[in-house]
Write a protein that binds this ligand. Structure first.
Ligand code: EPU
Length: 335
């Protein structure tokens, strides 16, 4: 365990911007984490915990300490005839965990195939895709309390999960560091095939989790940039939720607008569609551009500066608001 100074963030964040942090440190155990929390570099500076860096946009150098978990294990801690409970270290790559579940016949994570990032962040961000959200399988989140330096935990119901949201993004954002997450998965086949491209699989005889994974990976590959090749944070914006009344006016003008009813009063509309139909597909500012195959993504052509990304984000928000009267909010964590 070492505290590195003036550390470049280009390769530890998927947006690949040329920014640095004052200190960077990784730890492989809870004891090492506590040692870091007691260090003067931590005590005297602001700090932040990062995962796979796949949802973070640093708009300038970070004048503080970044921490990163290398706590990596997957343990079966309980099982019944119906379910299995796994405890997984926060530093495990999310998709390695999904692969592990599929290989072992544990159902429930397969719709979240191919999402970049790590297990710890999955529980903070409540990652979701293809009709599933990680909170559907989270039972408990284990943490270190940075005030008492003691281990503690939050049961699923205490995490206040919502769309890309949890208690760890708000009142608990600085205080608790996730060290491991407990997931409950099903041993009995059960699939969620409600999302468009997965619907066709419902007809497939002897459907397997690998079939679901392959379908999802091919849709993702066709729409989303591979973060190893093209810098991005996946969805840059959240899909906005608007009133049915506002939606009624919108659909009268744009009958083809895709939409997902939330309840009797609210409708979710895809930000990607709004951005595309505001005429912004491919639009660029400096090295930052709206990704042509999925306008929800801001991509880096390799030369984007933080200012390019911030300016493009503002331009998109303004243009969509002018055209549709809908305010977009970033999904990515902008620092
Ligand atoms: N659309 C367009 N133009 C675009 C993008 C989308 O017209 O440029 C339309 C599509 O044709 C479709 C609708 O908008 O009718 C929705 O698009 P898509 O199915 O691609 O999903 P999304 O709403 O854009 C969300 C998540 C993704 C997740 C997919 C699949 C958010 C903010 N994004 O995207 O999550 O992979 O659903 O479930 O909820 C991420 O969080 O980084 C991420 C990629």
């Amino acid at each position: 365990m070492e505290i590195l100074e003036n550390y470049p963030l280009k390769d530890i964040t998927t947006m690949h911007l040329d920014v640095r942090c004052k200190y960077f440190a990784e730890y492989a155990t809870e004891e090492e984490l506590i040692e870091l929390l007691l260090s003067p570099q931590y005590g005297l500076n602001r700090s932040m915990h990062i995962g796979g860096g796949s949802n973070l946009v640093f708009t300038r150098d970070y004048d503080g300490m970044l921490l990163h978990s290398r706590i990596r294990y997957i343990s079966k801690i309980a099982a019944s005839t119906q379910t299995v409970r796994l405890e997984v270290g926060a530093g495990v790559a999310w998709d390695d965990f999904v692969k592990h579940c599929i290989e072992h016949g544990y159902y429930g994570a397969e719709n979240l195939s191919g999402i970049p990032g790590e297990v710890g962040a999955s529980a903070v961000q409540n990652i979701g895709s293809y009709g599933a959200e990680v909170c559907d399988i989270i039972s408990r989140v284990n943490c270190i309390d940075t005030v008492t330096m003691e281990a503690c935990h939050f049961m699923h119901d205490e995490c206040q999960y919502a769309y890309r949201d949890s208690i760890f993004k708000h009142q608990h954002s600085q205080r608790y560091i996730v060290t491991s997450v407990e997931y409950t998965l099903s041993l009995k086949p059960q699939f969620t095939l409600t999302y468009g491209p997965l619907k066709a699989l419902a007809e497939k005889p002897a459907l397997s989790m690998s079939d679901v994974r392959e379908t999802i990976l091919s849709v993702r590959n066709s729409k989303l940039p591979d973060p190893r090749e093209i810098g991005s944070v996946g969805s840059f914006f959240k899909n906005p939720v608007i009133s049915t009344q506002q939606f009624g006016k919108l659909v009268a003008t744009y009958p083809a607008i895709p939409h997902y009813p939330i309840d009797d009063n609210m409708v979710k509309v895809p930000a990607g569609w709004l951005i595309e139909n505001a005429g912004l597909k491919g639009h660029s500012i400096g090295g930052a551009y709206v990704y042509e195959k999925q306008c929800l993504v801001i991509a880096n052509n390799g030369n984007a500066t933080p200012d390019d990304v911030v300016s493009l984000c503002k331009h998109i928000t303004q243009t969509v608001n002018d055209k549709f009267g809908i305010e977009l909010h970033p999904e990515a964590n902008i620092i």
